[in-house]
Design a protein around this ligand. Structure first.
Ligand code: BGC
Length: 785
């Protein structure tokens, strides 16, 4: 979409000039504001036209039956879906008796700007009504990072060229009607009127609605308060019914005169608290916001983001589009996780209802790595959410006849929500992803309190799962059969290399953790025999290998399968899952998304450089990138294998997934994992960051098109600045104690505030790998390095 000429490339903002209804649903996603708890899509203030109205609260969902044509043991009986909470964004305007509706009259100018440093979405427009009255409308919206329950709007209308009688209706609307879904399984189930009214209140500009979800039994409250400034006489009236609370402000504006309505909105929910308690909760949040006022909220937002950018900014010289995209990505990933606080971080964040608002392995493997090095507090919260859901994961393991915990493939509240078991239940690798995130977080922060409270137990319970899921064969080798790896075009396969290597790391990490925390181990019932069994399984872990081809197999027997007939597949038949039966995809060599290639990044020390290059060359022509999670992984390995131009092109595909709507479903919400993947492609790809155990290694190397890449990481209480040029890289510990890292394999001890520069060795050229026809990266600007 943002190929649309109306979108400007700017380093610190996303600007849309004009209003283009053809990309309105996508613009609602890219302009979404969230703090990880409250999410407001970038819908127009007046509510219509809209693509998908969206107001969400992390964790608020409804449950619905999952129907099966043929029942089976262990199938989840109910699904969870994110629902729209009360919409607090709506501010309707009437100009001389005509609704301010941009589909009518004449829109003279319209501009929206998402300011990534200020954390504000600003809209400015000038409109002439069908009857000829002209008004200028300015609105600025924020979802507060500092006050978790709060969103606010500063709305101003000005009469232009002549007087105007204006009426502003500021509303809270529940059970807003939603467009119906279009048959794409990645969109959400729409539930009509999921909220039952429990309480409504309106007095002197203070509004409140409290509802309850019908089946999940969650109580959801919203309250609003207003500050109105207008010429005399400006009148106000407040009213409320079950699903609507409204403040109506009426005024007559002389040319140049303005009416300003500042709206403060609080959202809250609870699965346990009483009606008065939830009412009080939203009122109290509102009182806190009102006490600092609009300018206070704006100042707090700025200060919060200043601190974020100081520890997280990535600078890119030589590609303005990537510079904008990486900041856009960092901002949205922060929005997804900042204040989620022991709730799931969904695949779409709180930017849309795609994937029903479910969280997947995306969180631990894509989103948390970025947050670990830039906002570690959000990571411990996200992992504590997993920890809180251990009872459901243990129950699921029992149901499946397994030990330990089986975390769900997709969920909002912790129980399995996938109705398609070959891609859901069998994708056990999500458990190793959680363990990996625990290990990375503790290695990057040294947060022993988290480790003791939650980390060890997560490692132990997932290790138990692997031990019970796999088995030793008569030669002693350990196999994990019948699982689905990251590539969803293979399923229920034996010895998926990614899964086995991640499980191996999980088993070893658990065995190490119980040695460090013997008391905790005792509480969890781990004895020496159990942890020895974990080490045995890890050491005997089978990794399938094709000796003839000299490559690792994605899973046992994969390289023997027939190759997919790529030549006969038309460009419009992608994504393949919407045009071919899974049956056929599963028995051919065709890869939806990086799998073995991802293993070479996440389990990097297992593979030598030669195998990394050879495996990459083998799997690249089979990988169709039908998942947004693929391009960033391919970027990282392409860079490591020396294909810098290709890595650069994949970086573009990850970075512009939403800004250019590459998968044609940005309307349903942003691809948070791919946004995080932008950071991964830059920092792990061109920066070469690998963090395994105590070793922090960089192997920087830039593609021809980039002149410089600089980023900052929070590591063990230090702030490390990495500045990479074409021929040398400079490392500086800008805060904290000395730190030892590796630069292209060579150890380097960094003293605080003493930049250390090192040269970048040249890359050894290799033949460029092929991609399947029509599946080369969308971007073709990298010059092969
Ligand atoms: C991918 C999964 C991913 C999910 C949510 C699917 O298309 O294959 O790996 O977890 O999308 O992003």
């Amino acid at each position: 979409m943002i190929r649309h000429t109306s979108y400007a490339v700017e380093p610190w903002s996303l600007r849309e000039r004009g209003l283009h209804l053809d990309v309105l649903p996508q613009s609602e996603s890219v302009f979404a504001l969230s703090n990880g708890h409250v999410g407001w899509r970038g819908n127009l203030d007046e509510g219509e036209p809209h693509g998908l109205p969206g107001s969400y609260l992390g964790g608020v969902h409804e449950i619905h039956p999952l129907p099966y044509a043929e029942a089976g043991y262990g199938y989840p009986e109910s699904g969870q879906t994110i629902i729209n909470i009360t919409n607090g964004k709506i501010i309707r305007l009437l100009v001389d008796d005509e609704p301010f509706d941009l589909r009518y009259g004449r829109l003279r100018s319209h501009e929206r700007v998402l300011d990534l440093r200020a954390g504000l979405l600003t809209r400015t427009c000038e409109w002439t009504s069908p009857a000829g009255s002209t008004v200028r409308v300015r609105s600025t919206r924020l979802v507060s990072f500092t006050q978790r329950a709060i969103a606010a709007v500063d709305y101003e209308v000005e009469a232009v060229g002549g007087p105007a009688r204006v009426v502003v209706q500021s509303e809270l609307v529940a059970n807003e009607q939603l467009p119906s879904r279009d048959g794409d399984p990645r969109a959400a189930v729409v539930l009509d009127s999921p909220l039952e009214a429990e309480e409504h209140f309106a007095k002197n500009g203070r509004l409140r609605l409290v509802h309850r979800t019908r089946r999940s039994g969650l109580r959801v409250g919203a309250a609003a308060d207003h500050v109105v400034e207008g010429p005399e006489p400006t009148t106000t009236e407040s009213e409320a019914t079950g699903d609507l609370a409204r403040l109506t402000v009426a005024s007559v504006l002389a040319p140049g005169e303005r009416l300003r309505v500042r709206k403060f909105v609080s959202h809250g929910w609870s699965g346990t608290r009483s009606l008065p308690a939830v009412s009080d909760q939203v009122d109290a949040a509102l009182a806190a916001a009102s006490s600092v006022g609009w300018s206070g909220l704006v100042a707090e937002q700025r200060a919060y983001l200043d601190a974020f950018w100081a520890r997280a900014d990535v600078e890119v010289d030589g590609d303005e589009q990537i510079q904008q995209a990486v900041r856009f990505a960092l901002f949205h990933v922060l929005q997804a996780g900042a204040r989620a606080e022991q709730r799931a971080i969904p695949a779409k964040g709180l930017t849309g209802s795609g994937y029903d608002g479910h969280a997947f392995w995306d969180t631990e493997m894509f989103v948390l790595p970025l947050l670990t090095y830039t906002s570690p507090g959000a990571v411990s919260e996200a992992l504590r959410w997993r920890h809180n859901t251990l009872p459901a994961a243990r129950e699921r393991a029992v149901q499946l006849g397994l030990s330990g915990a089986a975390f769900p493939w997709r969920t909002i509240e912790g129980s399995e929500g996938s109705a398609y078991w070959p891609a859901g239940t069998a994708a056990f690798h999500v458990n190793a992803g959680i363990a990996d995130a625990v290990v990375r977080y503790t290695a990057a922060t040294g947060d022993t309190r988290f480790e003791r409270d939650a980390g060890v137990e997560l490692l132990v319970e997932t290790a138990r799962l692997w031990r019970s899921l796999g088995h030793h064969d008569h030669h002693g080798a350990f196999h994990i059969d019948g699982v689905t790896g990251p590539d969803e075009y293979s399923a229920v396969a034996d010895d998926n290399t990614y899964t086995n290597l991640m499980a191996r790391a999980n088993l070893l990490a658990a065995a190490d953790a119980v040695e460090r925390y013997p008391r905790r181990a005792q509480e969890l019932g781990v004895d020496d025999e159990e942890s020895a069994a974990w080490r045995d399984a890890a050491e005997a872990m089978h990794v399938p290998y094709n000796h003839e081809l000299g490559v690792h197999e994605q899973h046992a027997g994969f390289t023997r399968y027939q190759r997919w007939d790529f030549a006969a597949t038309r460009p419009d038949q992608y994504p393949l899952m919407l045009h071919f039966p899974y049956f056929d995809l599963y028995r051919k060599q065709v890869i939806k998304q990086a799998d073995l290639v991802l293993a070479m990044y996440t389990c990097a020390p297992f593979f030598d450089a030669e195998h990394k290059a050879r495996n990459f060359a083998y799997y690249e022509p089979l990988t169709v990138r039908d998942s947004s999670l693929s391009a960033c992984c391919q970027a990282v390995l392409a860079a490591e294998a020396g294909h810098l131009g290709l890595a650069y092109d994949y970086l573009h595909d990850a970075a512009l997934m939403d800004l250019e709507d590459l998968e044609h479903n940005t309307r349903d919400g942003l691809h948070i994992a791919s946004l995080a993947g932008t950071w991964m492609a830059l920092v792990a790809g061109f920066g070469g960051l690998r963090h395994h155990g105590a070793q922090i290694a960089f192997a920087p190397r830039l593609p021809e098109r980039l002149g410089r890449l600089a980023f900052t990481l929070e590591l063990l209480g230090r702030r490390l600045r990495v500045d990479i040029g074409r021929t040398a890289a400079t490392y500086t510990v800008v805060a904290g104690e000395p730190l030892t890292i590796r630069h292209h394999g060579e150890p380097l001890t960094l003293d605080p505030d003493k930049p250390a520069g090192r040269g970048i060795p040249p890359v050894s050229p290799r033949p460029a790998p092929e991609q399947p026809p029509h599946r080369r990266p969308n971007h073709q600007g990298g010059t092969e390095g």
